[in-house]
Every structure is written in C-alpha cells, then in structure tokens.
Design a protein around this ligand. Structure first.
Ligand SMILES: C[S@@+](CC[C@H](N)C(=O)[O-])C[C@H]1O[C@@H](n2cnc3c(N)ncnc32)[C@H](O)[C@@H]1O
Length: 304
C-alpha cells in the first residue's frame, strides 16, 4: 500500500519522517524518493538482520536516512537524543517482513523446518516460541492461541501440546505443524488457510509482546508529532486494528488528533494478487491537530 502510505503521510521535502517498522526499507525508499531532495527518513526496527538489508537498500540516499535498532515504542528516546522535538509523519507497518519469513531461519514460517525461535531481536535475551510451548501453563497457552491467533481449536491444540511436550520438548517448526494438523483432522476446504497459520501468528505475537509494544507506542505518539503531522498504521490482525481504531477515536474526541480515515483502507485486488500476504491489511491515518493542520473533513484519496 505504498501510494496510500505516501498520501497518508503527506510526504514533502524538507521534513523528517519516521518509519517505525522499516523492515527491508520498501516504504522507506518510497518516502525518500517522494521527499527528495532534502527530506529525511529515520528507520527503526527490532531486527538487526533486516536493518542490515535496509542499510544496503537505502545506501543510495546517503545522508538523508538514519537507522536505529530499537522498538518503535522507544521513538521518544531517539527524538530526545537527536534534539528533534517532533516529526512530520510516522509510519507503522506491523507484522512480519519477507526476510523474516523466508530467510531468517528463526521459525516464522510453517513451510520450513527451523528452530522455533520467532524473536524479532535474537540478540536480546527473552523467551523463544519453543520456550513458551515447553513451559507455559495450559491456561496461558490456550489464551495465546485463542486471543492472538483467533484459533477456534485453541483448547484442543493446547491439550495436544501438553501431551506432546511430556514426551519430547518442542524444538522445531515441523513438530508444531504436525501437531496442529493432528488437531485439525483430515481435509481442508478449498481456499482455507493452512491450519498452522493462526498458531504461528499467535506465538509470534506472544514472543515479541507485540500488543504491549503497540499500546506503549499509542500512549505516546501524539507527543512525537508536530502540529499537522500524520500517523499511518497498517495492521494485519483484528486485535491490533481494534487498538488503533479505538485510540484514534479517543484522540479525536479529546481534540488531540483527527481521523482522516473513518473506515480503514484495504489493498486493491491487484495488490492482493501480487502479494497475497497483504490481503488482511488495514490502513488508518490520523493527523495531529494544530495551526499547521490544513485538512478539513475526511481525506480525499487519489485514484489508486
Ligand atoms: C511488515 S514488516 C515492514 C516492512 C516495511 N514496511 C517495508 O516496506 O520493507 C514489519 C517489520 O516490523 C518490525 N517490527 C515489529 N515490531 C517492531 C517494534 N516494536 N519496533 C520496531 N520494529 C518492529 C519487524 O522486525 C519487521 O521488520
């Protein structure tokens, strides 16, 4: 949803924009192009490996970008250190990058056989997906599968995990895939997602405390935006989208920010065809209220 991001952020030269989930730098490169010749982009990511890829991709923009290895929830510290009181726009494109899924070797994909790690930042000590599967209580596991994965078979999967881990501790993705397939039983309807999709998503969210990070960010972000500054969030999960939607409404009610999307924008059919992972994306935009704020009413989106 690159065009939607550029329009949503109201990208212009001479300003500083933050990509809080820079990944391999796809959106960041588009922002740098749009804000040439002197716009600046600061990219944040928790994953040191994707930051390396971003550095290579963004190298042609030389001094116009900076990369930071940290969570987007720590943006306040970055602004303070840089002596920058506020920025013109902040983007979050939540979820997983293609690199993490396909090349990280950290067990994000149920299509590979890899160690069940799933930490965005493997340099930081913290529980891996295998640690959670091997040590969480049944109640905690069921909650993770049901809430973070919206998995209807959460109880059954939890029971199977408890039985399986007594025999062999979980180590690899394929151990978990086999177990989920067992919970589902034979047969899958046409077009239905792989049965392990929800369980993998749930564990990744739990391992990285993704909802907690988002809550911290949403608690602070209006203070990090200049008047008229824009926030664009792309979420892929109903829990995340609900958190963003509720916060945007609360800010509007208190006169702090204005919603520029009443209903979230979805990717075009053509984009979904090109990139099926985008199918559940929802994009929301808000603007910090202030003297610089020029938009009136809901935003008019160009033909995209
Ligand atoms: C969907 S990808 C972003 C892709 C990027 N927009 C692009 O165009 O290449 C999401 C990225 O967010 C990062 N991420 C997830 N949670 C984060 C957090 N709390 N702070 C910073 N980065 C985070 C992940 O490591 C991943 O690289």
């Amino acid at each position: 949803m690159v065009t939607e991001v550029l329009v949503g952020l109201d990208c212009r030269p001479g300003r500083v924009y933050v990509d809080g989930t820079v990944g391999e730098g796809g959106h960041a490169a588009a922002i740098l192009n749009r804000t040439a010749p002197d716009g600046k982009l600061w990219g944040l990511d928790r994953d040191p490996a994707v930051l390396k890829a971003a550095a290579v991709r963004l190298a042609p923009y030389t001094s116009r970008f900076r990369l930071f290895h940290c969570s987007y929830a720590q943006l306040g510290e970055i602004l303070e250190e840089a002596g920058e009181p506020a920025v013109a726009g902040i983007l979050l494109d939540l979820g997983l990058s293609l690199h993490q899924l396909q090349r990280s070797g950290r067990g994000f994909s149920f299509q590979k056989d890899e160690p069940l790690d799933m930490r965005f930042n493997p340099e930081k000590p913290g529980k891996t997906a295998a640690d959670i599967l091997n040590s969480a209580t049944p109640a905690a596991l069921e909650k993770i599968f049901a809430e973070y994965g919206e998995e209807p078979r959460a109880r059954r999967i939890t029971r199977l995990v408890m039985e399986a881990r007594r025999q062999h501790p979980f180590r690899s993705t394929q151990q978990l895939v086999t177990l989920v397939q067992q919970a589902q039983g034979p047969g899958r309807r046409r077009g239905e997602r792989h049965p392990a999709t929800r369980v993998f998503q749930a564990l990744r969210i739990a391992v990285n405390r993704e909802l907690e990070e988002l809550a911290l960010f949403l608690g602070e972000v209006p203070g990090w935006l200049a008047p008229g500054g824009r926030l664009v969030v792309i979420s892929y999960h109903s829990l995340e989208d609900r958190m963003v939607k509720q916060k945007l409404r609360a800010w509007e009610q208190s006169g702090l920010m204005r919603r520029l999307t009443r209903k979230p924008l979805a990717p075009s059919g053509e984009e979904v065809q090109r990139n099926p992972r985008a199918r559940s994306a929802k994009l929301r935009v808000a603007e910090k209220v202030g003297e610089q704020s020029v938009s009136k009413g809901e935003m008019v989106w160009p033909d995209m």
